[in-house]
Design a protein around this ligand. Structure first.
Ligand code: R5P
Length: 291
């Protein structure tokens, strides 16, 4: 069945790249806001009987983006689409995966219920921590892709002989695999998070980074505090040049500037979220999964 690729506002560039790779028709979903802020959505082409692919990262404005994606999935169904796939390169709400304090909403669960209106979800490096698999979040088919191959490729092309650092145990799944692909070992640090803006990070063996260039690898840079504290530790240990590499570059509350000010030489991310650091392209990974 021929696929119709619909880019939504957070992912228009990426969706065009995916469509080009698939030699499929690309459309921009018509989106605007009513004067009061409500979302308006319209399909610019007939989707009846077709296989519809919607591409939308849930950043910026995670809640609005989620609502829009949910509206788009439901509308495609009402218009008679045969199959609806939601490609969500960055899947927000995944870090709220348990009730940390009594009375809290476990939002990942409800995000999952909304998006399960689709036949299939495809996402890249979702933050799976307490959930072991996407089947615990979604009632429909859900595929987890990883950007590890393109991150390793980038590392191979641009770096040599750096120390790869994972700032916490959760980042080990990225740092280990990427380091292995370029023939290096990753050092994984210990992190304790107090609040969303406060973390403590410990580098046990400062001699391992002393006099070396380092690449800190993580899945998400959000407030940037994980990167900033890791940079502080590696600088204290007399590391030379410090690079930050991530899959999803959110950069909330001026995080990019703060990370640079803390001493990073460069911050690099994939284009799951559009930004000036998005130098690593994941469109090939998405296209391969859709084929
Ligand atoms: C946490 O487990 C993740 O892997 C990232 O380390 C975290 O989401 C980064 O957040 P922030 O930039 O706010 O420290």
């Amino acid at each position: 069945m021929e696929k119709m690729i619909f880019g939504m506002r957070n992912s228009l560039r990426l969706s065009a790249l995916v469509a080009r790779k698939l030699k499929a028709k690309h459309y921009s979903l018509l989106q605007k806001n009513f004067p009061d802020g409500e979302s308006y959505i319209r399909f610019p082409a007939d989707v009846s009987g077709k296989s519809v692919v919607l591409i939308q990262s849930l950043h910026p404005q995670p809640s609005e983006s989620l609502t829009e994606l949910y509206f788009a999935i439901c509308t495609a169904r009402e218009l008679g689409a045969r199959h609806v796939t939601a490609v969500v390169p960055y899947l927000a709400y995944m870090r709220q995966d348990k009730m940390f304090n009594s009375g809290e909403c476990v939002s990942s669960h409800h995000m999952g219920r909304m998006l399960s209106a689709a036949d299939e979800i495809i996402t890249i490096d979702p933050h799976l921590h307490r959930y072991k698999s996407l089947s615990q979040v979604f009632a429909c088919k859900a595929t987890r892709l990883t950007a590890n191959s393109v991150l390793s490729e980038y590392l191979k092309r641009h770096f040599s002989n750096e120390v790869v650092i994972g700032p916490d145990v959760e980042s080990q799944q990225w740092s280990d695999e990427i380091a292995r692909a370029v023939g290096l070992h990753a050092i994984v640090l210990k992190k304790k998070r107090y609040t969303s803006r406060s973390v403590h990070i410990k580098l046990k063996r400062p001699e391992a980074v002393s006099g070396r260039d380092v690449v800190i690898v993580d899945d998400i840079i959000s407030s940037g505090h994980t990167m900033i504290e890791t940079i502080k530790q590696t600088r204290r240990a007399r590391a030379k040049r410090i690079y930050c590499l991530c899959v999803h570059g959110i950069y909330a509350e001026n995080a990019f500037k703060k990370i640079m000010r803390a001493g990073a030489r460069e911050v690099i991310s994939t284009n799951t979220i559009q930004s000036s650091t998005a130098k690593i392209d994941v469109s090939g990974i998405i296209a391969a999964a859709l084929r």
